[in-house]
Design a protein around this ligand. Structure first.
Ligand code: NDP
Ligand code: GDR
Length: 367
């Protein structure tokens, strides 16, 4: 694999560093000897729980992680940060990343997820750094949307099905355009769903694993879900940030799919998660309707899963299954966590978190 310079000479700037992927990526880059700068949104409550364990006050010695207040909706701020930090690699992970919420906030989503990328690219140009920096854009399998082809690869046509995906499609193409127009090192990583114990709690996998932990502990009765028949290609976020880094080490910029090559329904995720906690789910009622329920096998009066139409999307992405052959051949990347391992790690984590044996990152803060 082609690399440039020693890692100690590398300076990364990460937008979205407080998110799931940003926290794993920051850990990885610090391990590799990078100096890491992250953009953090000002919030009235602490939003740094996922990175508190790697953050040191900048007055201490040996500090390699620096945080800057900023926002993808503020062009002047981005120009200032990029000009001051002069990164060698930028990872643009910041986004309003919730598909369902994008239907409630379409304009903001377009601004942060679409125009935000344009602002980043123009900030690089304003800083005169277009030949000095490599840029990673967090593109998504949501671009494939309505099923055109299975499995989905870099050549599958896009058909976005949400304001989020439409904004990400703008981001994808403005990046390709700037790459061709200005010869910049810009790469789209088209990542399929990836999860972890650090996944936001309103995404379906984490919502399920926290609910399982709470139900088993007797803190909660039911789990309410939307469409349990949609299928996703779910990998582990830790594996996927390694793929992002590998893309940035290539001499030539390109676009790559990262995926596991397996797909599973939400229904299967629910079954596996409960099974791991010792509960067997049995489905009752008309399949795929709002009357369907999930009960405990052998104790069928105990209703564990209910369907709430509130969680359905106006337009759904029914089936995602990725083909990551190009990433395997060109950057030597493969997903290394199985579906079973992923579910187990998340359920184990959330059961321990409910018991108080591991920290709840949403409650941590940097005093
Ligand atoms: P998260 O939702 O966990 O993190 C999103 C991050 O973006 C947070 O740090 C958030 O800050 C920040 N952010 C939100 N809005 C803005 C803004 N206006 N300006 C600056 N920062 C902002 O997402 P993930 O870590 O899961 O995903 C990372 C990226 O990858 C996102 O762009 C997502 O769309 C994309 N993606 C994710 C996939 C997945 O399966 N996880 C798959 C494919 C793509 P705060 O903490 O303050 O909210
Ligand atoms: P997704 O992730 O939309 O694929 O986007 P999410 O976990 O939100 O949904 C996956 C599937 O589960 C169905 N579903 C529910 N979803 C949520 N959130 N809550 C529920 O109660 C529920 N019930 C069923 C959804 O309808 C959907 O089919 C994620 C995000 O990380 C994006 O930023 C990223 O781009 C894509 O993955 C790839």
């Amino acid at each position: 694999m082609a690399t440039t310079g020693t890692d100690a000479s590398k300076v990364a700037l990460i937008t979205g560093i407080t998110g799931q992927d940003g926290s794993y990526l920051a850990e990885l880059l610090l391990e590799k000897g990078y100096t890491v700068h992250g953009i953090v949104r000002r919030s009235s409550s602490f939003n740094t729980g996922r990175i508190d364990h790697i953050y040191k006050d900048r007055h201490e010695t040996g500090v390699k992680l620096f945080l800057h207040y900023g926002d993808l909706c503020d062009a002047t701020n981005l120009i200032t940060i990029i000009s001051q930090v002069r990164p060698t690699e930028i990872y643009n992970l910041g986004a309003m990343s919730h598909v369902k919420v994008s239907f409630d906030m379409p304009e903001y989503t377009a601004d942060a997820d679409g125009i935000g990328v344009l602002r980043m690219l123009d900030a690089i140009r304003a800083a005169g750094m277009e030949k000095d920096v490599r840029f990673y854009q967090a593109s998504t399998s949501e671009l494939y949307g309505k099923v055109q082809e299975v499995p989905q690869s870099e050549t599958t046509p896009f058909y976005p099905r949400s304001p989020y995906a439409v904004a990400k499609q703008y981001a994808f193409w403005i990046l390709v355009n700037y790459r061709e127009a200005y010869g910049m090192h810009l790469t789209n990583g088209i990542l399929f769903n990836h999860e972890s114990p650090r996944r936001g709690r309103t995404f379906v996998t984490r919502k399920i694993t926290i609910a399982v932990a709470n139900i088993v502990a007797g803190n909660q009765e039911n789990l309410y879900l939307g469409n349990i028949d949609s299928k996703r290609d779910w990998g582990h976020a830790r594996d996927y940030v390694e793929g992002m880094w590998r893309m940035m080490q290539q001499d030539e910029p390109d676009d790559y799919v990262l995926a596991t090559g397996e797909t599973h329904s939400v229904r299967e995720f629910v079954e596996k998660a409960f099974a791991h906690a010792g509960v067997t789910i049995k489905w009752k009622g008309p399949t795929g309707t709002t009357e369907e329920i999930g009960v405990e096998e052998g104790n069928e009066d105990r209703v564990l899963v209910k369907i709430d139409p509130r969680y359905f999307r106006p337009t759904e992405v029914e089936l995602l299954l990725g083909d990551a052959t190009k990433a395997k051949n060109k950057i030597g990347w493969e997903s290394s966590t199985s579906f079973e391992q992923l579910v187990k790690e998340m359920v184990d984590h959330d059961m321990a978190m409910i018991k108080g044996d591991v920290a709840d990152t949403d409650k941590l803060n940097r005093n």
